[in-house]
Design a protein around this ligand. Sequence first.
Ligand code: ATP
Ligand code: MG
Length: 415
Amino acid sequence: MNAAIIAVGSELLTPTRMDTNSLFLTEKLNALGVEVVQKHIVGDHRERLESAIRYCLDHVELLILTGGLGPTEDDLTRESVSNAAGRALGYDRAIVEALEARFHSLGRKMQEINKRQAYVLEGAEILANPKGTAPGQFLRLASRQIIVLLPGPPGEMKPMVEAEFLPRLQKFLPPIALSTVTFRVTGMGESELDSLIAPTYKLYENPVTTILAKASDLTIHLRAQAPTQAEADALTAELAGKIEAILGQRIYSKHGEPLEQIVLSLLEERGQTIAVAESLTGGLLGSRFSAVPGASKSFVGGFITYTNAQKQTLLHVDPRAIAEFTEVSESVARQMACSAQQLAKSHWAVSLTGYAGPDGGSAENPVGTVYIGIAGPRGLNKAVRYRFPGGDRDRVRAFASQAALGLLRTELLAK
Ligand code: ATP
Ligand code: MG
């Protein structure tokens, strides 16, 4: 079955509010094998809403609307569906009585205007709303298409979806088994990854493949559906095997764990420890390590040396190196890592120094330039220069911490 979602509400077209209902709905629908093929966001405007509904009914089997079920004049969902789908609205006394009882139990008197919420599309089932006043509706048309009306507030919509909507929907869906595989990859850009694996995954419609990118951390999702679990698993296994063969070690996680957790596991397997020395990331890397439960087995702590003075005082960076090469240099990165390793008495240390921007940098080393230093067992001490797209401070810092973890993983696997 395929589906469209219409999020109704003029506030969703402003810069301050975002349609999140459709994300929740899509997750739930995908889990049942229903694919969302369209989403629309429409303001509180009768003609526009009706035309969006008509458009969806021309294209999909399931149409879900959220919002616009309130009692006020600008809540137009019921009337618009009625017009577009050609189903009359009937007045449901039971809803009014339930509304009156709800207001009474809250010690308030129901307003006349709330009666607007008692209009139900002819033939629709009522979806109870224990968290609010607007009931939902579930309507099956002669065309076998299904239209569902849900309230806008997420706190009302979500429980209604779980308790009222999905159980009804399931009766119209074939039994289905789902299989998913998640790979996480780092050290390359989204387009580079896609150009490597697209020729392979494009050959498959089932599983569906999606790539999610965040600060050079890429997640590949494979999702297959089949009548039985064994068949669904076989579908994902076949494509997963091919993708693994292409990417090899660039896949750092096959079960969704973040890179910091993988690095800590590698350290723990080797009985080794790590310290950090951070300048531009100001503790971001240490924070990522310490967020992993049980991090203390391998993560000892570290140094935040933001100014040159701190780099000299805490990490004994040679002022002559700073004068000669600047603080964003291979020499300084190596010294920071080396000192951190010695002072923390850890097996490994990683350092970060660079220009996060938006200002600063030099012609040679513009904003986005980062040196990552590593000190490790058997005298390993080196630094690698990175150039991340400049201009966005948070992104540079996120990229830098990710690159440091990626570099560590590579060194750990090589040892
Ligand atoms: P009410 O009885 O509260 O008026 P309603 O069904 O008419 O219910 P709306 O008026 O459309 O719902 O939305 C109420 C509030 O719910 C909005 O102000 C917004 O905060 C939230 N909301 C509505 N739609 C969405 C959406 N698609 N995603 C996230 N939040 C939403
Ligand atoms: Mg409303």
